[in-house]
Structures are given as structure tokens and as C-alpha cells.
Design a protein around this ligand. Structure first.
Ligand SMILES: [Zn+2]
Length: 146
């Protein structure tokens, strides 16, 4: 599956799971210099214009997808009004601002699980018939909305 197709499918999954109301803008960014260092950026979410930037140079598609799932949780938090409650103006907000730390914890947990559940479902439950037509064998298990 191509990256863009996967990103679309993951978005649809997040939209349903988190009841996302506004489609965020998505930018796939090529940046050779950024890709050189261990501390290069991977992705970020801008709550002001509801945009997600994914750095794609020299990354595995799966890693990019996981970043996307993480940033979609931040988008969900923004729609919930939760990102206004913390202070992300400092570089160490994920360590020093207790509310923002909780936001990061939620994004890592729910973002990774969203991706994992989607991947497992796609590999194990989605099937095609002899003509290549998709047969949905089972819906993605939604044990909880968490
Ligand atoms: Zn984050």
C-alpha cells in the first residue's frame, strides 16, 4: 500500500474513533538536512491552523504513519479544547508543563494503539475475493473508545 493511501485510511479510522469534526491540513515535507541528525524533526501539529506536518525524507512509511496517528490525537485534543489548557511555548513543555505532559502521554498511547489496531485489522480481518474486491470480514474491534 502506498503511503498516501495508508494515511487516508488511518485518518478515516481516527475520524470515526475520535469523532473528529474538522479535517486537518496535511503537509508531507521533504527535508534532507533535517533527516541527517538523530534529533531531526519527525512531525508536528499546529493547533492554530489545524495542520499536521510530517517529515518524510529517509523514513520508513510505517514510522511516518505512526507519527501521523500521534498528531491526529493532538488534533483531537485541540478540537476538545484541551491544548489551550497547557503552555507549549517552552521547549521542555512535555516535561515541565503537567497538562502538556498528559497530552503527550495520551497522544503516544492512543496514537500508537490506533495505528496498531488498524494494521492488525488490515492484515487479519480485511480480505479480498478472487476478483480483488474487498470483503470486510470483521470490523476493527472497538473494545472501547479509548
Ligand atoms: Zn506529541
Amino acid at each position: 500500500m502506498e503511503l498516501k493511501e495508508a494515511l487516508g485510511k488511518i485518518y478515516n479510522e481516527a475520524k470515526e474513533k475520535f469523532d473528529i469534526q474538522n479535517t486537518p491540513k496535511l503537509h508531507l515535507k521533504e527535508d534532507e538536512e533535517n533527516a541527517q541528525g538523530i534529533f531531526g524533526k519527525t512531525a508536528y501539529y499546529n493547533p492554530t491552523d489545524m495542520s499536521i506536518v510530517l517529515y518524510i525524507t529517509n523514513r520508513h512509511d510505517k514510522d511516518i504513519c505512526r507519527s501521523f496517528a500521534h498528531e491526529l490525537v493532538h488534533h483531537h485534543q485541540n478540537e476538545r479544547g484541551d491544548l489551550e489548557l497547557g503552555d507549549a511555548s517552552q521547549a521542555t513543555y512535555a516535561q515541565d508543563d503537567p497538562h502538556m505532559r498528559k497530552m503527550e502521554m495520551e497522544a503516544y498511547l492512543k496514537g500508537n494503539l490506533l495505528f496498531r489496531d488498524w494494521e492488525d485489522w488490515f492484515k487479519n480481518y480485511k480480505q479480498t475475493n478472487q476478483n480483488g474486491k474487498t470483503i470486510i470480514k470483521r470490523k476493527i474491534p472497538r473494545i472501547s473508545r479509548n
